[in-house]
Every structure is written in C-alpha cells, then in structure tokens.
Design a protein around this ligand. Structure first.
Ligand SMILES: Nc1nc2c(ncn2[C@@H]2O[C@H](COP(=O)(O)OP(=O)(O)O)[C@@H](O)[C@H]2O)c(=O)[nH]1
Ligand SMILES: [Mg+2]
Length: 391
C-alpha cells in the first residue's frame, strides 16, 4: 500500500552503556552522519543511550552530542543495574517519550556494525516483527581475533541454549544465534505487550536477558528473521562480560523452558499417562488373580486407566479448558474412542514388531511404541479434540 510507505515510522536505537566514553561519541557521530542519511526517507531515526551512571563521563559525552543532534537522547540510570534492566528501561522510554514504532538493541562499542541496520529495517518494512543479527548464518561471523576458548564457548553455549529452549520445535531450527545482542522488535503487538517490569520480571541481571527477550517475543508469535551479523572486536574500553556468563545463560535457558506453560502441560500429561499405566498394570494383576477371566481383566483394568487418565487430565493437565456438566458424558465417550485408537496402534505395531524382530524384543518394543507413537497421538488428540481451546 502506498499510504503505508509514505508515512514516517520511528525507529529508536537503544544503546546501554557503562564506561563507554571512548566509544559512544564516535558511535553517535557515525550513526548520525553515515548510517541514518543512507536510509530511505520514511525512517525517523533516533538514538537513546541508557547510561548506568558511568563514572568515566559517558553521560556527559552523550549530553553534549544531544545538543548537536536533536534525535539523540540520554537516559541516566541511578546506578548500574544490569544490561537487561537498562534495555527494559530504554524500551519504555522509547515507547512513551520517543513514540517508537521499532526498538533496536545495539552495542555502543562498534561490535555491532551500523551497516547492518539498513537491512534490518528493510526486513521490518517487509512485515517481519522481530529481526536479529546472526553470527552463524552465511555472511555472519565472529571476530577474527577471538581465540579458541571464546569461539568454543560462543558456539557451545549458543547451541546448548538453543537446544534447551526450543528442541524439537521449529524455533530450534530457525534461531541459529540465540545469544546475539543485535535485534530489532516491532513495538505494536510485541514491545507494548511485554512486561517491562525489570525488577520482578527479569530472570537475571546479566547476559541471560537476551534469551528471555528472545523466548518471550517468539512466544508471542512474532514473525521472525535472521540477517547476517559480522561481529567485531570491541573498539575501545573494557568488556563487561563476566566469567559467570556461561552459567547464567544455561540457568536462564532451563528456567525459560521449565516454567513455560507448554512444558508444564506436557509434563503433567506425561505424569498422568504414567499413573494410568500403573493403574492398568496393578489392576490387571489383581483382577486376573481374582477371577482368572483373561479378557474381562484386560477390559476392566484398561477402562480404569482410561477413567483415571480422563479425570486427571481434565482436572489438572488441561485445567484451563476443563470440561464440566452435561458435556462430560459426551467427551468421556469421545475420550474412550481416541483411547481405542491408541490401543489399536499399540496392538498392530506391537504384533508387527514381534513378528519382525522376535518375541525377545517385546518388552523393549513397548516403551518405544509408547514414546514415539502413542504419546504424540494422545497429545494431538487431547489438544485437537478433547480439550481443544474454543476460539
Ligand atoms: N546501562 C548499562 N549498560 C551496561 C551494563 N552492562 C553492560 N553494559 C553495556 O552494554 C554493552 C554490552 O555489554 P556486554 O554485552 O556485556 O559486553 P561487552 O560488549 O563485552 O562489554 C556494553 O557496551 C556495555 O557498556 C549495565 O549494567 N548497565
Ligand atoms: Mg560489546
């Protein structure tokens, strides 16, 4: 649409600083004289430096530059509060005071080449909501000067975080660089919906905030893209990276995955299934000893497990979509039908497996069939039919 292209949109480059006096002035100059003038006219570009009250005079440098450039702003924190908090404060200020449509996370030490900004904005213009700079895709790279140890930790840490947070779902394959610090996020629908309460919301004060923002933004359904990032060595000043960073990333990734509602639901579903199995096995043993009518023992013990599964899943796993009242009978019948489906899968594949591999593998086949066939089948049926969310 032509009208959309002609309206101005505001993008704010948020730069947290702590003792970056030797870099930040150069960065502001560079952005204002080289990067911004090269952009299409529709972009209203602003810079917001969030300074952790640096003792080296970073704030003073930014203040002087803001007199020269009206688009350049300084937000001074009362103290160094961690880089994650600095970003959340910056996002809030950018939204409320600077009317941002897009916010960038950007380093002030020239590790993020300003040349990456235009391609990121172009992607936003194409309709993406969340674009990150990746060092791991074609055209992206780590600094030439990095030693083996640094590269190893970056690769290993990145992959581990990626695995813990997303495996085996699509974001595991789509997000190649989860620990990158260069990102742009659409405000409408995303930044304006996320919690900016840095005191209570952030899982960590240090590096792991990157994972948290990534995880939560993707969770909101952001249309996501990676562009190549040629990560550079820092221009001047000292790195604030601490030795505990690796551990921090690991812990945050685990917390994000563990406390995610999907994970919680899945764990409950697994527990209920296991309880069902225990009921099935124990009542089967009991009934067959009591009556010795084989088919009746199987039928009753299986039905007891089905009743247990239905009840526990209804009251616990799928609590948010609990079935009650007159619906219960119909749904319970439906549940028996899908359970019969699982029974059929298990019987057919189990018999086939024994025919192919031999009876000595029977007990080994069962957990495999449950894990790879029955479990996904049940999960799908429960979510799509039994406890489906009504729109
Ligand atoms: N405001 C603020 N900025 C910070 C803080 N910690 C780090 N920074 C800045 O954030 C940028 C990125 O820091 P970081 O990724 O930890 O590593 P570095 O580039 O190796 O120092 C640096 O330019 C720092 O000056 C903080 O606690 N508060
Ligand atoms: Mg840096």
């Amino acid at each position: 649409m032509l009208t959309k292209k002609n309206t101005k949109e505001t993008a704010v480059i948020v730069i947290p600083t702590y003792n970056e006096a030797d870099n930040i002035g150069k960065m502001i100059e560079y952005l204002n004289t080289k990067t911004f003038p090269s952009l299409p006219k529709k972009w209203d570009m602003k810079i917001l430096v969030v300074d952790g009250n640096s003792p080296d005079g970073t704030g003073k440098v930014v203040q002087d530059k803001s007199k020269k450039y009206a688009n350049t702003h300084l937000y001074t924190e009362t103290s160094k509060d961690g880089i994650g908090a600095a970003y959340l404060k910056g996002f809030k200020y950018a939204m409320e005071e600077l009317k941002a449509d897009y916010v960038f996370e950007f380093d002030g030490d020239f590790q993020h080449p300003p040349e990456t900004i235009p391609s990121m904005l172009q992607a936003m213009d194409e309709g993406y909501d969340y674009v990150i700079g990746s060092r791991k895709i074609k055209g992206g790279s780590n600094p030439k000067g990095w030693g083996f140890k640094r590269v190893f930790f970056s690769e290993f840490g990145g992959f581990t975080a990626r695995f813990i947070m997303f495996f085996p779902f699509k974001n595991f394959f789509k997000v190649t660089d989860p620990t990158t610090g260069l990102k742009v996020t659409r405000v409408k629908g995303y930044v304006d919906k996320m919690s900016l309460d840095y005191k209570n919301h952030l899982l960590t004060k240090s590096f792991g905030y990157k994972l948290q923002l990534l995880f939560e933004t993707l969770k909101m359904g952001a249309k996501f893209k990676e562009v190549p990032l040629e990560f550079k060595v820092r221009n001047a000043g000292e790195s604030k990276i601490e030795s505990k960073t690796a551990k921090d990333i690991f812990i945050v990734a685990i917390k994000l995955r563990w406390f995610d509602e999907f994970t919680q639901k899945f764990l409950k579903f697994g527990t209920v299934g296991f309880v069902g199995y225990l009921i099935n096995a124990s009542t089967l043993a009991l009934f067959s000893r009591l009556w010795g009518v084989e088919w009746l023992s199987w039928l009753l013990s299986t039905e007891l497990a089905i009743i247990s599964n239905f009840t526990l899943n209804n009251l616990w796993t799928f609590k948010s979509t609990t079935i009650s009242g007159t619906q219960l009978i119909g749904k319970f019948f439906q549940f028996n039908l899908t359970s019969a489906g699982a029974l059929l899968i298990q019987t057919v594949v189990g018999s086939l497996g024994v025919a192919i591999f031999g009876a000595q593998y029977r007990q080994l086949l069962l957990p495999f069939i449950i894990l790879f066939l029955v479990l996904p089948y049940n999960w799908l049926m429960y979510n799509k039919f039994i406890w489906k969310k009504s729109k």
